[in-house]
Design a protein around this ligand. Structure first.
Ligand code: ACM
Length: 262
């Protein structure tokens, strides 16, 4: 299958304009799966929870219908990050829009820094969704620093980690190589670029969106700045072979009975 990461700089608060940008970038490339950044429609630096609520969607929103039909026209699944309004709750979420019209939502479990003031932490375990025979799992940005996230998805049978991001620390792109090696899964990290100066804060996002193979090979990586769509052909079934040597199976060789304190 062909997988793609879409990198761009959302304009804070311009949901319509950001959606148009997402649609244009998706239409500029050919892939079976496109992953877009975290909070791609709203922007990232919110002054308050109320401001984030005013820019939030629910997963049935018309914005996702437009993206889903752009994907379905090309036979592609799309994963995009958004602020999710769910009753009185507000999550930093991603939605997987499958070409058959189905939608699955992941709510970020590990909130980063000021996100703890804005969002509720995800309240459901990660899940894996089968799309055309490929098993896709979602994680969002800072989830990378908790190896449990990728491991849980691997134990659930994920072939590909779909990873929308708004990265500001300089580590994740290197760390995802390890996440792929230790779980023998593919990963598509779609990071944003640009700087947001709001609410007395200034955050610069690191770009370098990347597609990493289950071997740890970086199949494609974008520049630190600028819009980009990177695409790579992957044999996603290779993620189901967990042998790192003929005698070492990275799942079966674990010793959970010894992984305890004291
Ligand atoms: C992050 O989790 N957006 C750094």
């Amino acid at each position: 299958m062909r997988v793609g990461a879409v990198q761009f700089a959302p304009t804070f608060g311009d949901v319509r304009g950001n959606l148009e940008r997402c649609l244009a970038l998706v239409s500029s490339a050919d892939a079976d799966l496109f992953v877009l950044p975290e909070l791609a429609l709203s922007g990232y630096v919110f002054e308050s929870r109320e401001e984030a609520e005013s820019l939030a969607q629910d997963p049935d929103a018309e914005e996702f219908a437009a993206l889903a039909s752009a994907g379905a026209e090309r036979g592609a699944a799309i994963v995009v990050g958004f602020a999710e309004r769910a009753g009185d709750s507000l999550y930093n979420s991603s939605v997987l829009l499958a070409p058959d019209g189905s939608r699955s939502v992941y709510r970020k479990i590990h909130l980063f820094n000021d996100e703890k003031r804005i969002f509720d932490p995800g309240d459901r375990p990660p899940a894996v969704v089968d799309v055309g025979g490929a098993r896709l799992g979602m994680m969002i940005c800072f989830d990378w620093i908790f190896p449990e996230t990728a491991r849980t998805l691997a134990l659930l049978g994920a072939d590909v980690l779909c990873h929308p991001a708004n990265l500001v620390l300089p580590y994740c792109q290197r760390a995802m190589v390890t996440r792929c090696i230790e779980n023998r899964v593919f990963a598509v990290t779609a990071n944003r670029v640009g700087t947001e100066e709001r609410a007395g804060q200034s955050w610069t996002f690191t770009g370098q969106s990347e597609i990493v193979a289950q071997s740890g090979e970086i199949l494609a990586r974008a520049a630190p700045e600028g819009d980009a769509v990177i695409v790579a052909e992957i044999a996603h079934e290779e993620a189901r072979n967990k042998l790192v040597t003929p005698a070492n199976h990275i799942i079966e060789d674990r010793r959970p009975e010894l992984y305890r304190l004291g």
